[in-house]
Structures are given as C-alpha cells and as structure tokens.
Ligand binder design. Structure first.
Ligand code: BDR
Ligand code: CA
Length: 310
C-alpha cells in the first residue's frame, strides 16, 4: 500500500482524485489538505469535505492551507469549475470535521512522525502548501517517498500558451518544489489530456447505480460542458492521474528530465521548461509522465467508486 497526503483544490478532477485515493485498496489516505486554486481556499475546503461526506469517507484528516500564493496575486478557475469550484451536483453540508492545524504544519507533522521514505505527497493544486511545508521543515525532502504532482507540461499550457494552471497560479512555489532534493514525478497536461472522461467511462460509472456514482455523473456532466466550450470532446480528469501514478506506476510511462519553472518570462512565466536531452547540462530532477494506459486508469477508478459507494 501507499500512504498518501493529497494536497488539492477541488475542483471536479480533484474530486475524482479524492475518490481514488480514498477508495482504492492499495491506498492509505493519511490526509487531505487544501489550497487556494480553482476557487478560494474556503470554497475548495468545503468541497473537499463535501466530497468526503458524499463518499462516506470518515476519519481522514482534512486541513485547510494557503489562501494565496507565496508572492503573486491569486488566480482562480471558475470557467472550468464554476462559482462553487465544484458546480453541477448539490453539495451536502459537510459532516467531516476540519482539523484546526494549517495544511503545511499538518504535512510536516504527518511526514516526520512516520517512517522515512513511506509517505507520498500528491499535490493536485497550486504548490503553495508544499513549498511552505518545505520551508518549515527542509528535512521533508529526504523524509518523503516522493512528490507526484499534477501540473505543468513539456509541450504547452492551458492558462497561457506556455503555462499550466497549477504552476502559473504559484510559480515561485512550483520552482521550489522542482528544485528540492526529493524525487518528483510530473504528471502534466501531455499525460492528462490522454485522460478524457468520455462517455464509455461515464456509462461505466452510471451503471454502478449508487448515489456516489450519480454524484460523479453530475460532476462529469458540468465538467464536460466546460471543456466543450474549449473544443474538447470530453473533460481531462488531470488530478486523478497523479493519484493513479502513485498507486499503480505502470498505468503510465515516464522519461527523465531536468525540469525548472520560468519565473521571469515576458510570455512564458509559469512554463515548466523540460530538458530531456540534457541541453542545459543540469542533473535530472524529475520523472516526466508521457503516455497513459487509459483502460487501466478507468478500471481502477470505477472500482474505487464502486468500493466506496457500495
Ligand atoms: C489543473 O488545474 C485545475 O483546474 C485542475 O483541477 C487541475 O489540477 C489542470 O490544469
Ligand atoms: Ca486541481
């Protein structure tokens, strides 16, 4: 099993990431921490707790984190996720408690209290909490098993032509995460645009017939419309892929590279500059996800939803 801290900003695809991390038998979900991203931190925290409530996920620590990036002004993504950050279904009043600790503190405590090399950090929002945790406790870098993040890309952006949302939302934090001496896996847009939640996947979820399956279907219906406005046949469920990579690394293939984040570009701030060929003469610091076994991803996701909502 993998012991996971999921640091997220739900978010439709973050919600699926929570369900996989909570429902897959190979996962021990130690904590869910939240960060301002798709919406304000108050909204995404409520969403994370509401998802846990719908899914019957009790006993997972949920802690709220940063309300703004390290240096820059906050940006949000209502054009993809709506005004609540999780538009579509009716969200229940959360019954899952909120831990009084801040996310960065909780991340440090959870990792440092466990055996070295046993905890996976899975950030699926802007990297503010992770950078703050690292600043609080630099030994974090040698204590975690690794960081598997959804963010960036080696070919393109989605917020700007060069930058993906989670990276440009807090580029200084992202730069610190790539620069730290821990094993980083980048699950970027090149990979996640292979994970389009098409009707074949959605019918499998619908066929489960549980209340949770209905909730997921309502999420996917809204998310499909958001992506349709941008010319996609189906929505990319980015964050789900990062959790899947930790639970079942063979669900995708990887290439090693040196990755760094552009902080001073005229047009390219937030770009994850990815050097596969060693052109910059820097040591490899990242395992970059390249190609996805989509059927395998859907199989484990449907199974997790079934397991939770049974
Ligand atoms: C990322 O941005 C957010 O809108 C999604 O939840 C995902 O984490 C994709 O660029
Ligand atoms: Ca996200």
């Amino acid at each position: 099993t993998r012991s996971i801290i999921l640091d997220c900003d739900p978010g439709h695809d973050d919600a699926l990431a929570i369900l996989l991390a909570a429902g897959d038998p190979r996962a021990e979900l130690l904590a869910i921490t939240t960060v301002a991203g798709n919406q304000t931190v108050e909204k995404v925290t409520r969403n994370a707790r509401a998802v846990c409530t719908v899914a019957g996920v009790e006993g997972v620590t949920v802690a709220q984190g940063a309300s703004r990036p390290l240096v820059r002004e906050a940006i949000i993504a209502p054009e993809y996720h709506g005004d609540s950050g999780l538009d579509g279904p009716d969200l229940p009043e959360p019954t899952v408690p909120l831990d009084p600790r801040g996310a960065a503190e909780l991340i440090v405590r959870t990792v440092m209290d466990r055996e070295p090399g046993t905890v996976d950090l899975v950030p699926t929002g802007p990297l503010t909490n992770i950078a703050l945790a690292l600043a609080l406790e630099p030994r974090l870098a040698e204590r975690v098993r690794g960081v598997t993040l959804m963010g960036g890309a080696y070919t393109r952006g989605n917020r700007t032509p060069a930058a993906e949302f989670n990276i440009i939302a807090d580029p200084e934090a992202a730069a610190a995460v790539f620069a730290a001496p821990w094993p980083v896996t980048m699950v970027g847009l090149d990979l996640t645009h292979q994970a389009l939640a098409d009707d074949a996947f959605r019918s499998r979820v619908r066929a489960l017939g549980t209340p949770l399956a209905g909730f997921v279907e309502e999420l996917m219906e809204f998310f499909t419309q958001s992506y349709a406005r941008r010319g996609f046949p189906a929505p990319a469920v980015h964050d789900l892929c990062a959790v899947a990579a930790v639970l079942d690394p063979d669900v995708m293939t990887y290439r090693d590279a040196f990755v760094t984040v552009e902080l001073t570009g005229t047009w390219t701030t937030g770009m994850t500059v990815t050097d596969f060929e060693g052109l910059l003469g820097r040591p490899v610091n990242t395992r970059v996800a390249v190609s996805l076994d989509r059927d395998r991803l859907w199989d484990m996701t449907v199974a997790a939803i079934e397991r939770l909502g049974g």
